[in-house]
Ligand binder design. Structure first.
Ligand SMILES: [Zn+2]
Length: 416
């Protein structure tokens, strides 16, 4: 196996700036030629290179540089211009006209393509794409990466659901390591490569995969196989098994952790990068994030109206009739384009008439709100107050759920 040696990629630098005193959480600086961001950070999940519902001119409405790392799946381009054309144009930055953004290529589209245990085989991984399901071999994948020239790319992984047998889970680890070796031997010069780590719901396989990938010459790590049937209660054990097996100085990205408490759980385990699939699903369903940020919006947890509509503390459903005449902003004091210009009543109207502007406005607010959440987390780690921040968030949410359940039962009683 290749010896453990730090790779010097010319297009990526990462340095941990602050460690959380009582745990694994850390604040770091991730630098590419195109952009520099602080971690823990949110990568914006995209469809074909652009965040869903947001056109290039709307990207400037999002906080910068926090929003300048875009994640895409090379498989999304299978029906688009051929690889030679993309290469001739200069890669994905030039193709999309977003030279000031960092692009991260991840094989699986975390929105659409859920892994299946029988579609992949020892030759390659299977993906759902806009033009059907395809088996992608390492050599084909490297050709895509070479043409698209992302700032960072992730090796192929054989991700499987949590329900597979131990034998199939072990095979997924073996294949993922073999494909990583193929990716390393074929990789484009100077490209920053994250090695994929899988292992499902087995601490031993998670550790084995992490230890093997840690021996390879990679710039960082991509931890997959979460959010596929595993429970949030057991996840910390798996995350710790992985991050404790990895060198501390390299960045770690995770897939499948999206809810605020899942993000906090990942950061507590030493994860640096997350994707925004959660935001996409919220926006699609008409939800807006409203949980308090640093006292910016003070919700009274005993407010019966809020309890009825935002029954989980974090979000409200703007499709609800209660917002039809609501002239207030989604979040008072929010500096996003949506809250600066529009009311809940207008977005409720747009949702009810199926106008896509509703999703555009919601995506802008939700992304802005979640990026602010990440900023607060970084500040909490820097100030040595991350655990306090995390516990407070979880307690507020529990307290809200408790009051909401009381309100619901009171409403039921009053209706009898
Ligand atoms: Zn807003």
């Amino acid at each position: 196996m290749p010896p453990s040696k730090e790779i010097e990629t010319t297009n990526m630098k990462f340095a941990v700036k602050t460690w959380c005193k009582s745990g694994r959480a850390r604040v770091g600086l991730l630098q590419f030629k195109t952009t520099t961001i602080e971690t823990p950070a949110l990568l914006l999940t995209t469809r074909k290179g652009l965040p869903a519902f947001i056109s290039p001119d709307h990207l400037s409405f999002l906080p910068s540089p926090d929003s300048r790392l875009l994640q895409f799946s090379p498989m999304h381009f299978m029906e688009g211009p051929n690889l030679k054309t993309i290469s001739n144009i200069g890669g994905v930055h030039q193709l999309l006209g977003l030279q000031g953004y960092g692009f991260v290529a991840v094989p699986r589209d975390s929105i659409l393509s859920l892994p299946e245990c029988y579609s992949s085989n020892k030759n390659g991984a299977s993906f759902e794409t806009p033009c059907g399901r395809f088996l992608v071999k390492p050599l084909e994948y490297i050709k895509m990466i070479s043409s698209m020239k992302p700032d960072l790319w992730v090796s192929l992984a054989d991700e499987v659901p949590a329900s597979v047998t131990a034998k199939r889970n072990k095979a997924s680890v073996d294949r993922t390591i073999t494909w990583l070796d193929d990716c390393i031997s074929l990789k484009p010069k100077d490209a920053a490569l994250f090695g994929s780590i899988v292992g499902g719901c087995s601490v031993e396989e998670r550790k084995r995969c992490a230890q093997e990938v840690a021996k390879r010459n990679v710039s960082g790590y991509y931890i997959g196989g979460f959010g596929l049937g595993d429970s949030i209660d057991e996840r910390s054990t798996f995350l710790h098994a992985v991050t404790d097996s990895l060198p501390k100085e390299k960045p770690r990205q995770v897939c499948g952790l999206g809810l605020p408490e899942e993000v906090l759980q990942g950061i507590a385990a030493g994860i640096d990068l997350f994707d925004s699939t959660y935001i996409y699903h919220l926006t699609l369903e008409g939800f807006a994030l409203v949980f308090p940020l640093n006292g910016m919006c003070k919700h009274d947890v005993s407010d019966p109206q809020l309890c009825a509509m935002a029954s989980d503390y974090t979000k409200i459903n703007l499709k609800a009739t209660i917002y039809r005449k609501d002239a207030s902003r989604i979040v008072d004091g929010c500096m996003c384009y949506t809250c600066q210009n529009h009311t809940k009543a207008y977005i409720n109207h747009l949702l009810n008439v199926h106008e896509m502007l509703a999703q555009i406005l919601l995506e802008i607010h939700n992304t802005h709100h979640y990026l602010s959440f990440f900023r607060l987390i970084r500040e909490a780690i820097t100030e040595g107050k991350f655990e306090e921040f995390r516990q407070k968030f979880i307690q507020n949410r529990r307290g809200h759920l408790f009051v909401a359940s009381l309100t619901a039962s009171e409403l039921e009683t009053s209706l009898r």
